[in-house]
Design a protein around this ligand. Structure first.
Ligand code: FES
Length: 262
C-alpha cells in the first residue's frame, strides 16, 4: 500500500560540510517529518528556486527524524550536478522536498537485538533506525565501515543509541578491514535481526552470512531513480519470485533478503 506523501517547501536550518564531499543538512519540513519512517527517502529539487535545471529530483535517504521539531536531517555525498548544487545551499534557503517515499525498515519485530551494518554512505539511513529501535528498548549494535576514517564522519552519532563498532579498509580508524570481517557469530547470535545498507558486494556478503546462520535480514537498496514514485520503471531490481521486478523506489528501498536477488 502506498502511503501519503507531500511536496513541501522546506527551509534549511543548517548545512555543514563534513569533509570528503559529505554534507549534513537539516530541513524544517513538518509535513514530511510528521510521516517519515526510518529507511524512507525524500526526493529533492536541488537547483535554484523556480529553475528546472537539473530537471530531475535527487533521491536522498532520511538520516534522522525529529517529529517534535518538524525537521529531518539528510547526510549525503556530492556525486554529480544535483548534489553539488545542494551543497551550495545555506541555512535559510528553501528547497522543494517530496516525501516521505518508499518502504522503510520493518520495526515491529520480536527480536531483542538489532545489528545495523552500514558501509560508506549506506550509513545514512541507519541513524533514524538506531534512534527508533533504541526508543523501542532494543539492544542496538551498529557495525559501520568505510574505506578510511574520513568516511565515518557520522559514526559517532550512533553511540547515543547503543554499541558502535567501526571498521576501515585502510585501518585509519577502528578495526582494520571490512564490516563483514567483523560480523562475528557473537555479534549476530540468536534473537537478532540484521539491517544492512551499503555497496552491493557488502549486502551480498551480509545476506550470505545471515542466511547461513538463519538470522533474518533486511537490506536497503540503492538505484538510479527518475520519478521516485513507481511510475517510470527506472529503478527495478530482481525479485526471488520468478518474473517479478520490484521497484526500489516504491516496493523498497528496504527488502527482506528473501525477497530480492542481490
Ligand atoms: Fe520511477 Fe522507481 S524511479 S519507478
Amino acid at each position: 500500500m502506498y502511503k501519503k506523501m507531500y511536496i513541501e517547501e522546506g527551509k534549511i536550518s543548517y548545512q555543514y560540510y563534513l569533509g570528503n564531499g559529505q554534507f549534513l543538512m537539516e530541513v524544517f519540513s513538518p509535513q514530511v517529518a510528521g510521516r517519515a519512517l526510518p529507511g524512507q527517502f525524500v526526493h529533492i529539487a536541488c537547483g535554484p528556486a523556480l529553475s528546472t535545471d537539473p530537471l530531475l529530483r535527487r533521491p536522498i535517504s532520511i538520516h534522522r527524524i525529529n517529529k517534535e521539531q518538524g525537521s529531518i536531517e539528510i547526510y549525503y555525498l556530492v556525486v554529480g550536478k544535483g548534489t553539488e548544487l545542494l551543497g551550495m545551499k545555506s541555512a535559510g534557503d528553501n528547497i522543494s522536498i517530496m516525501g516521505p517515499l518508499g518502504r522503510g525498515f520493518a520495526l515491529e519485530q520480536k527480536a531483542k537485538k538489532a545489528v545495523l551494518v552500514g558501509g560508506g554512505m549506506g550509513i545514512a539511513p541507519l541513524l533514524a533506525l538506531a534512534q527508533e529501535l533504541a526508543k523501542e528498548g532494543k539492544e542496538v549494535v551498529s557495525v559501520l565501515g568505510a574505506a578510511s576514517g574520513a568516511g565515518l564522519a557520522r559514526a559517532g552519532a550512533f553511540l547515543a543509541y547503543g554499541k558502535l563498532i567501526e571498521a576501515t579498509e585502510d585501518g585509519s580508524r577502528g578495526l582494520k578491514g571490512r564490516v563483514t570481517d567483523h560480523l562475528e557469530a557473537s555479534i549476530l547470535g540468536n534473537d537478532t535481526l540484521v539491517y544492512a545498507c551499503g555497496p552491493l558486494a557488502m549486502l551480498r556478503a551480509v545476506a550470505e552470512m545471515t542466511g547461513k546462520m538463519g538470522v533474518p535480514c533486511q537490506v536497503s537498496l540503492e538505484a538510479r531513480m527518475a520519478c521516485g514514485v513507481g511510475a517510470c520503471l527506472g529503478c527495478t531490481c530482481v525479485s526471488t519470485a520468478e518474473g517479478a521486478y520490484p521497484k526500489v523506489c516504491k516496493d523498497g528501498p528496504v527488502f527482506w533478503t528473501s525477497e530480492v536477488s542481490l
